[in-house]
Ligand binder design. Structure first.
Ligand SMILES: Cc1cc2nc3c(=O)[nH]c(=O)nc-3n(C[C@H](O)[C@H](O)[C@H](O)COP(=O)(O)OP(=O)(O)OC[C@H]3O[C@@H](n4cnc5c(N)ncnc54)[C@H](O)[C@@H]3O)c2cc1C
Length: 423
């Protein structure tokens, strides 16, 4: 019988989900090869929020110090009304999250977060075997003729056999298709404008200065659209995401370069502060079609399993897609790290059982938020705003307490962060 130490895991996809899984598996003593199609590993120029459920996983992987160096901490989450910017809901973040969930709610530049995880994967001083990262490796086929040694085959004909194969290759997952999982892709009819606005321009204008005076995570609710913004890199950029009805061109091409004017025009009649903020965007405005996957518990076939967007791509209406992938990574490593080679398939089954329902609920709740965020002015919108004003725990379907507590993990060390934050 092979020992746990001899395991080899092939991870297809070097995004935030795949790399977090690689690091978690490495730390359990598994030998991991990551196959990434892109010529270089990296992330897009945009921000990302990690709620306590994700921060807890990253801290559990020993990344706290590195993350403290790159994070920006919002003090609260604010909901505003489109027309006049009036505050309709306020949730404390900052110290509240650390005290309540033993883990912070932080904002990052995606490239910084990705780099920190990648460096930990290849750090020769880190625990476990160094992760092998192979870029320029587009996986185009699987060979499962030997079910105990699934093989990923790349476009250049290279074969990578392992004891388990994890498809962390994103929303358009090839591994998913190759393992014959159902086609669950759904177009939402919406697209997201994304832009990073220089923080110095925001700070210099009295109309937008309020955005740097107190760091917050802000959501503006409006009819058929909403706007999210928060500071990253300690105020270097204001990250904005504006979700609006999709154009035919973006629906077809998925990603299309756009302009500052188009971004401003996408929020007509909104509070003046919105145009003051958005008009400071530079050339890097782009639109992304918002697709998601229908909830689907089929995440594995033999020793091939899925992780992250490949199995539970969700709308970004709770900022949880990557965070759920990080939860996948922690649970996968607990399961694969605690069995011998003979038990790989059962370990993958336990991983799916522990994660599929949880992630599915987040998928559904994110979908429900389309209606919740985009109500036209009227009785339903008034009832929603009243709910938000009275104080609330979560948005439409799941409570923040449930969401931010995350999937229960076995690792006792994760409780050890309590009160270390008090400064
Ligand atoms: C507007 C917007 C805002 C968001 N904000 C947040 C947020 O604040 N917080 C949050 O938690 N989530 C957020 N998300 C969701 C988050 O971005 C995704 O859920 C997350 O990045 C998915 O990670 P992943 O590793 O599963 O997939 P990906 O990041 O898509 O990575 C997949 C990787 O696989 C590679 N790949 C693909 N096919 C192959 C192949 N055949 N062979 C080899 N490599 C391959 C790709 O090149 C890529 O590197 C947001 C999403 C959007 C659209």
């Amino acid at each position: 019988m092979a020992s746990t130490q001899s395991y080899e895991v092939t991870v297809v996809g070097g995004g935030l989900g795949g790399l977090t899984a690689a690091l978690a598996l490495r730390q359990r003593g598994l030998r991991v090869t990551v196959l990434e199609q892109a010529p270089a590993l990296g992330e897009i120029g945009a921000g990302i929020q990690t709620a306590p459920n994700a921060s807890r996983v990253l801290f559990g992987l020993g990344l706290r110090e590195q993350l403290e160096a790159i994070r920006t901490e919002p003090l609260d989450q604010v909901r505003r009304r489109w027309k006049d910017g009036s505050v309709i809901g306020l949730t404390p973040l900052g110290e509240f999250c650390k005290r309540t969930y033993n883990a912070p709610y932080w904002h990052y530049h995606r490239a910084d977060l990705h780099r920190v995880i990648m460096e930990a994967c290849v750090d020769p001083e880190g625990p476990g075997p160094v992760v092998e990262l192979r870029t320029g490796s587009l996986v185009v086929d699987l060979d499962t003729a030997d079910p105990a040694r699934p093989v990923a085959i790349t476009a250049d004909g290279q074969r990578y056999a392992g004891d388990a194969l994890i498809g962390a290759d994103g929303i358009k997952s090839a591994v998913r298709d190759l393992m014959g999982a159902p086609d669950t892709l759904v177009f939402s009819g919406e697209m997201a404008f994304r832009a990073l606005i220089p923080g110095d321009l925001i700070a210099a204008d009295p109309a937008t200065r309020w955005l740097v005076d107190r760091y917050q995570s802000t959501i503006w609710y409006g009819p058929d659209r909403h706007l999210v913004h928060y500071m990253i890199r300690g105020g270097e950029f204001l990250n904005v995401v504006g979700c609006v009805p999709c154009t035919d061109e973006v629906a077809e091409k998925w990603t299309v370069a756009s302009t500052t004017q188009a971004l401003v025009d996408a929020f007509p009649g909104w509070d003046d502060r919105v145009a003051a903020m958005l008009s400071k965007a530079k050339e890097d405005v782009a639109c992304f079609a918002l697709y998601h996957r229908r909830r689907d518990p089929v995440w594995m076939d033999g020793r091939v399993a899925l992780l992250g967007d490949s199995c539970h791509a969700m709308l970004p209406y709770q900022a949880q897609g990557a965070s759920q992938a990080m939860e996948d990574a922690a649970v996968l490593a607990e399961e694969l790290g605690s069995v011998t080679n003979d038990g790989v398939e059962s370990a993958l089954r336990r991983y799916v059982n522990r994660r599929a329902k949880h992630a599915g609920m987040v998928q559904n709740a994110s979908l429900r938020n389309v209606d919740f965020y985009h109500l036209h002015d009227g009785p339903e919108q008034e009832a929603r705003d009243e709910l938000l004003r009275r104080g609330f725990d979560g948005e439409s379907d799941v409570s923040y307490d449930w969401l931010w507590s995350g999937t229960p993990l076995d690792d006792p060390d994760l409780g050890a962060f309590a009160y270390q934050f008090a400064r």
